[in-house]
Design a protein. Structure first.
Lengths: 218, 218
């Protein structure tokens, strides 16, 4: 039986959704490492829509699940259907959407709240002693939801300070590196939290996926 | 000097824009093979917007250049700025957007017209004897614009028939394969024209990129 991994998306686009390169390179690594995957996203409106050419807020609204379907080629399920018992692990790519649509870290920092279904998915997966991988800014979700977790958000800075305020231990990591919390079965990698190239992101995603899959066998 | 490749995008999403996996895996292959890249897209409205979860047309409009910026993380130029003399080759990923926003093949088949700037980019690159790579459905542009070209659209079928009517020779190809027209310096690969997996698409994009780069040295 192939390892089955759930991938939690937050829209489609680095500034208001999931970071597209991180998602695609995570899916590629999962398949190359012999795992199958199923994408999920919450059926909620995005915090806002950003024009990715100018950086301006656009006067329209988009749905996280509907936009996530662009990256997943339609193969994405409402997060309401996620059951930790159906999967061996959960992986959460980054992008501002992870900090805007899955939780409110982008606007509230350490005072953030988490979408209820996202919280349930993370907490139930962790409670089932199944590994969770998170890329880029997504580890802030684990800092909030899992007590005394060790994560990386790349360099020291505001995001790392926020995670520390929520009780996490932040460990600096660079391109392609992962930080492993063996106790909590948490794997994180900075990816585009750093000024990375696409192949550096591929290295980080691949290293993370390998460690997550390895933990499902351990 | 690194090889400089222009990548022509058509939006963001398989059903109304560029196929996201094909773009990301092309950019990754370009970087891994030592090339630099610059994305371009025409500054025009999409033919329509498709809800990628349901397949339905949505009652809104989106701009091809603005949406392409999602895949390119903002680093995309208006196609108006493209000069063949600035680059060593041009690569055009697929997705329905290539057949809806760059030309009208999706609705008019062999009777299609091509966006004026897209036509100028392809014709000027070909005239400068620089290679052009096209994935998935994008080779229909070359069938229309380059006389007696040899391309693949994967299996025989309606798309291949349309390309033949426009004067191209269609060659069947399967996952990861490329078809090379050495006379015209054209490289094509079926990618998601077939029922491919993401790693098969990576193989096709990588093979295409290697051949295109090799042609820039020959």
């Amino acid at each position: 039986m192939a390892t089955k991994i759930a991938v939690l998306l937050a829209g489609c686009g680095v500034y208001d959704g999931s970071e597209i390169h991180e998602v695609v390179l995570t899916l590629l690594a999962l398949e190359q490492e012999g795992a199958t995957f199923q994408c999920f996203a919450p059926n909620v409106e995005q915090m806002h829509v950003i024009n990715h050419l100018t950086g301006d807020v656009m006067e329209e609204s988009r749905n996280v699940l509907v936009e996530a379907a662009r990256i997943a080629r339609g193969e994405v399920l409402d997060l309401e259907q996620y059951q930790a018992s159906d999967f061996d692990a959960l992986v959460i790519p980054g992008g501002f959407g992870a900090a805007k649509n899955l939780c409110t870290f982008a606007v509230e920092g350490a005072e953030m709240s988490v979408n209820e279904l996202v919280s349930k998915a993370v907490v139930s997966t962790h409670a089932a002693k199944k590994p969770i991988g998170a890329l880029c800014i997504a580890p802030v979700l684990l800092a909030k939801l899992i007590a005394d977790v060790r994560i990386t958000l790349g360099d020291a800075g505001d995001a790392a300070d926020g995670a520390s305020k929520m009780g996490a231990t932040h460990q600096v990591a660079t391109h392609g590196e992962i930080v492993v919390d063996a106790t909590h079965r948490i794997v994180t990698s900075p990816c585009y939290m750093l000024d990375a190239t696409i192949s550096q992101v591929a290295e980080g995603a691949t290293a993370l996926v390998r460690e997550v899959i390895s933990m499902t066998n351990g």
